[in-house]
Ligand binder design. Structure first.
Ligand code: ADP
Ligand code: MG
Length: 720
């Protein structure tokens, strides 16, 4: 490489200080390298001509050859549209203009061949193209243009300040001239030949200046492969180090607790999915590697019972366990439901939260350290340094998406400081490693992450999925209602209450406008108390500003059925389980994200009765909120919802994935490119199993590239 790619962008021909400043601020381009990794969003293909009968409803930019046969005006509420009929030998379509009617009518020649170019829409059963670019076929044939025009990411400010797509194109050309288009190869020769990949230089050239559709596709493949390959390589190495270095406690026995529970107290038949997952967990716990497993299961799929059974295995092997939940309400609920079983099985269980008293804490600390306490339930208060276990063998984290990676690793460090009394042979652990033994970890989440994404985000975890709901559940019926229909909605709630059911009414609570939200909530509460007067109706309220004891009191009244309506903020979003509640009303539903709506809806439909979710909104809705509402009313399938969410927001925003950092993808899309992801994972595994330390001459380029990994957050800072 002749030119240093770390050269500041200011030095590139055609850039200069003003443009450099804009490129930095608007696109984060500081160096030559950043520019070369600015990949086009899309390409305009000017080699293909479509026939009208080939058009697809995909809003693509396309060109068509045909003739205008006539014009008509279509009156609108304000002004009118000019519509031309355009035809080729396969059909007709409309061309539409909102402005410039006179000029267009005057300049377009009727019944003369034109090439039109633009986006097509499907409207009233015909295709139309608004404001097409038009060129006489005769002129078009004379002009020269590159086959595939790249369109780069841009911002309003950039185009306003004159950094158009053409300008970006030109400076990109200058960069290739200056570097002579030569870039360091970052993959091994055998990968390149086996997968018939373009070279690094060839790929970069063709992604910016594609010579043909085929070369563009190969360039994109190579760059996407490379991006995903290095992510997988990192994850697999992490996992290998984990498995080889980190021994866990082998829980060899399945004994009294597990068997008694299974035979005598299991309240229902387990679903096949639950059985399968319990087997997977048992196998992990029985091996002498440390379990690090993610359990995914949609809301209501029955994760808690699976967690309890894992706890029982740990107890059968004389280890302590803990169960961490993201909110106090959820901790209380887990405590209450697990407490019942624990009492019958004679298991000591306690709860620790932010509002535990000093006395309670002292008691908990003591019984943890002397080993009397077998199961500790609680919030992140469990992570405090003062909480020390005698021999923690299993830690469960519920609703993992509410916690960060940091918290998971904190639990790791709570493993026992000494060799446990039973269950482990001394010599299986070289003495130097004794202090390293972490507990087995089971993290649970109801945020359904598509498998491909899970693989790249949680590649260091093993994954189990509960993909089946307990029998007899009826899908929740979901509708969207406008605020003006509130009285009808209230009447519906009254009818449900008459049948003995209960209802939630949820208000948004978003940090930025907390005060206003609080006011909305209280106004809502007041109006509900008016519309549902005492003593006939009893209303509970729960929100984040209440004291824990008050929250608990209100929650319990609702659980016991003393109140019929629960007015709440999203504090009830996760985990709350009141099977008799059959109505979930979500106020200002447009302000919630899809996964949050899905979580909230999961609070109903837990009993045998038909349940309902009513999404209330005002009239003004953005396109995106409409998609969210439409998705919620169309499906109950958490995975489908997660996919729409992913499309709307991009993977970086999906709950729980932000911290992972690996999803800062520039060219690949974990969704659309899942085949490439799988290929990348396959080769990363294959290479590592043959050459785990990447020491062979063959893998030198890979090792060099990998070594840079730790130094940069964004992998494109080192792979070119
Ligand atoms: P989640 O996966 O959302 O945490 P829970 O563990 O809270 O779900 O379970 C939801 C409800 O389903 C609980 O009331 C639980 O008792 C019940 N449940 C769990 N498994 C089964 C099953 N196999 N058959 C019937 N009901 C079940
Ligand atoms: Mg749960």
């Amino acid at each position: 490489m002749n030119t240093n790619l770390q050269t500041p962008i200011d030095y590139l021909k055609g850039v200069g200080p003003n443009r450099a400043d804009l490129l930095r601020k608007e696109l984060g381009i500081h160096t030559y390298q950043d520019l070369i990794n600015l990949f086009p969003n899309r390409y305009i293909d000017r080699t293909q001509y479509y026939k009208i009968n080939q058009l697809q409803r995909n809003n693509a930019d396309i060109q068509i050859i045909g003739q205008v046969t006539g014009f008509k005006d279509i009156p609108q509420k304000q002004g009118k549209l000019l519509v031309a009929t355009f035809q080729d030998d396969t059909g007709t379509m409309d061309l539409v203009w909102f402005r410039g009617h006179k000029w267009i009518r005057d300049s377009i020649k009727l019944n003369t061949p034109y090439v039109i170019f633009g986006k097509t829409n499907w409207f009233n059963d015909v295709f139309n193209m608004p404001h097409p670019e038009m060129e006489l076929l005769e002129d078009h044939e004379k002009s020269l243009r590159s086959a595939m025009q790249p369109i780069y990411p841009s911002t309003e400010k950039l185009s306003n300040k004159g950094i158009t797509n053409r300008v970006v194109n030109t400076i990109m050309q200058n960069l290739f001239l200056e570097t002579k288009g030569q870039f360091v190869e970052t993959l091994s020769g055998s990968l390149i030949s086996e997968l018939k990949l373009l070279s690094k230089s060839g790929a970069l050239f063709n992604v910016h200046f594609p010579k043909s559709q085929e070369l563009l596709a190969r360039a994109q493949f190579r760059l996407k492969f490379e991006e995903l390959f290095y992510i997988q390589l990192q994850l697999i190495i992490k996992n290998l180090i984990h498995k080889s270095k980190i021994k866990g406690f082998p829980f060899t026995k399945v004994g009294h607790y597990f068997n008694t529970f299974f035979k005598e107290y299991l309240p229902f038949e387990l679903t096949n999915a639950q059985k399968r997952v319990i087997k997977e967990i048992r196998a992990d716990l029985g091996s002498n590697a440390q379990m690090n497993r993610l359990l995914q299961g949609d809301v209501g799929s029955g994760k808690t019972i699976v967690a309890l059974m894992a706890v029982l295995i740990a107890l059968d092997n004389d280890f302590q366990t803990c169960f961490m939940a993201p909110t106090e309400i959820l901790s209380v609920q887990h405590y209450n439901s697990l407490n019942e079983y624990c009492n019958r099985l004679n298991i000591s269980i306690k709860m620790l939260t932010g509002s535990s008293t000093t006395l309670e804490r002292r008691d908990i600390h003591e019984s943890l350290e002397n080993g009397d306490l077998q199961l500790l339930i609680g919030t992140h208060a469990l992570l405090e340094d003062t909480v020390k276990f005698k021999n923690l063998g299993l830690a469960i984290i519920d609703e993992q998406h509410r916690f960060g990676v940091a918290q998971r690793s904190k639990l790791w460090k709570k493993g026992p400081p000494i060799i446990p009394p039973k269950g482990m042979e001394k010599d299986s652990l070289p003495s130097g490693e004794i202090r390293e033994v972490p507990p087995h970890i089971l993290v649970m989440t109801a945020t359904p992450i598509p498998r491909t994404l899970a693989m790249s985000v949680y590649g260091d975890l093993d994954i189990s999925v509960i993909d089946e709901l307990p029998p007899g559940r009826r899908p929740v019926k979901t509708v969207h209602r406008y605020d003006r229909n509130r009285l009808k909605v209230f009447q519906f709630i009254r009818d449900e209450i008459k049948k003995g059911r209960q209802a939630y009414i949820v208000y948004p609570l978003i940090q930025e406008s907390e005060k206003m939200d609080y006011k909305d909530l209280m106004d809502g509460y007041a109006s509900i108390e008016r519309d549902f007067p005492k003593p006939k109706y009893q209303v509970s309220i729960v929100h984040g500003k209440m004291k824990a004891a008050d929250k608990d009191y209100e929650m319990q009244r609702f659980i016991k059925g003393e109140t019929q309506i629960m007015v709440a903020t999203t504090v009830i979003e996760v985990g709350v389980d009141v099977p008799n509640a059959s109505v979930m009303v979500i106020e200002s539903a447009e302000r919630f994200g899809l996964s949050q709506l899905h979580q909230l809806r999961g609070r109903v439909g837990r009993g045998a009765e038909q349940s309902y979710c009513i999404l209330m909104t005002g009239h003004k809705l953005t396109h995106e909120s409409r998609i969210r509402l439409e998705t919620m009313t169309r499906t109950n399938d958490g995975f489908e919802i997660a996919e729409v969410d992913l499309r709307l927001r991009g993977p970086g925003d999906i709950m729980g994935t932000q911290q992972s950092g690996v999803l800062n993808l520039k060219i690949a899309d974990v969704f659309k490119d899942k085949d490439i992801l799988q290929t990348a994972r396959y080769y990363a595994k294959k290479i590592l199993s043959a050459d785990p330390s990447l020491l062979s001459a063959e893998n030198k380029a890979i090792l060099n590239t990998y070594k840079q990994l730790g130094k940069y957050k964004n992998i494109w800072n080192y792979i070119s």
